[in-house]
Design a protein around this ligand. Sequence first.
Ligand code: PEP
Ligand code: MN
Length: 364
Amino acid sequence: MEFIPISKWGFNFPDKKPLVIAGPCSAESREQMLMIGNKLADSGVHLIRAGIWKPRSRPDSFQGIGLKGLEWLKEASLVSGLPVTTEVATPQHVEQALKAGIDILWVGARTTVNPFYVQEIAEALKGVDIPIMVKNPINPDLELWIGSIERLYQSGLRRILAIHRGFSIYKAESYRNPPMWEIPIELRRRYPDLAIICDPSHITGNKELVANVSQRAMDLDFDGLMIETHADPLEALSDSDQQLTPDELAALLKNLILRESSTEDPGFISHLETLRHQIDLLDKDIIDLLAKRMGISREIGSAKKENGVTIFQMNRWAQLFDNRVQTTIKAGLSDQFAIDFIQSIHKESIRQQTEVMNNGMDKS
Ligand code: PEP
Ligand code: MN
């Protein structure tokens, strides 16, 4: 897939990162939208967001203001001089948003998750040249996210970007939707030309954490931020804990440290090359050592086979696990990495031994 860069979308979007999208979770009243439009004009924001149709988990929560909110969005656009975007989840939403002249559409996390819905939206957009932003599905499924983008692409859309809003889990603790950064990073690896915007509001669910996650996204070279902003967050009808005031948004943007994704400085480049060379050599050593370790695992596998002993022995694993996790943590690596690392080695070791036991066939 080949995407049109956001700076060429025709909205005065900047060449330089970040693209900033802000506005309330939901459009609630004409006054609210006019106020936010006025406050966001000349604030460094490039696009105003507001949900009209809200995919709420529970039927007794505010479900969005519906159709009449589209006009308020257009009025907010008029007073701010900025383009506007809203979420569409059905072909009817698409039709109504297009009729109202909404500039950019977005597909929400609860819609991306369902190929039937996305396909219907894609059909409704055939032959329509409008930019569309695709949030990740609520579950951590990169293929589903890419599949949704492909469906829209197949309808002829080329002004597409992805929004990373984190992934839903049971009993979320520090974050409402943990970011699992490796997923958008893998998306970036596969589609380097696809812009990815971070939505720290839905990731954190908590206005106190929004600035930190925004900085993290900038350091991971995301293309922009979508930050929920409300003139009076405590009174917001949805997502009141995570919305910033326009002043808080301005402070966040002012304090963001923007680093270059590359530099021409020869001193830096050669220093980096030296260090990277060392990393390359060390990675090779690590892989050689792992291969050697697995060779010994296989020998253990043959011995177990000859003696009719099971591959897995709980005592050995319990001891090894504790010991290696402690050693890894003592070496300065994180608890989670220590656990993942040892489990991953053990899993491969079991796979190797299973292969040996089954005469070269891994039946796992
Ligand atoms: C939103 O942006 O307000 C929204 C509903 O987001 P998500 O689809 O990421 O939950
Ligand atoms: Mn929201």
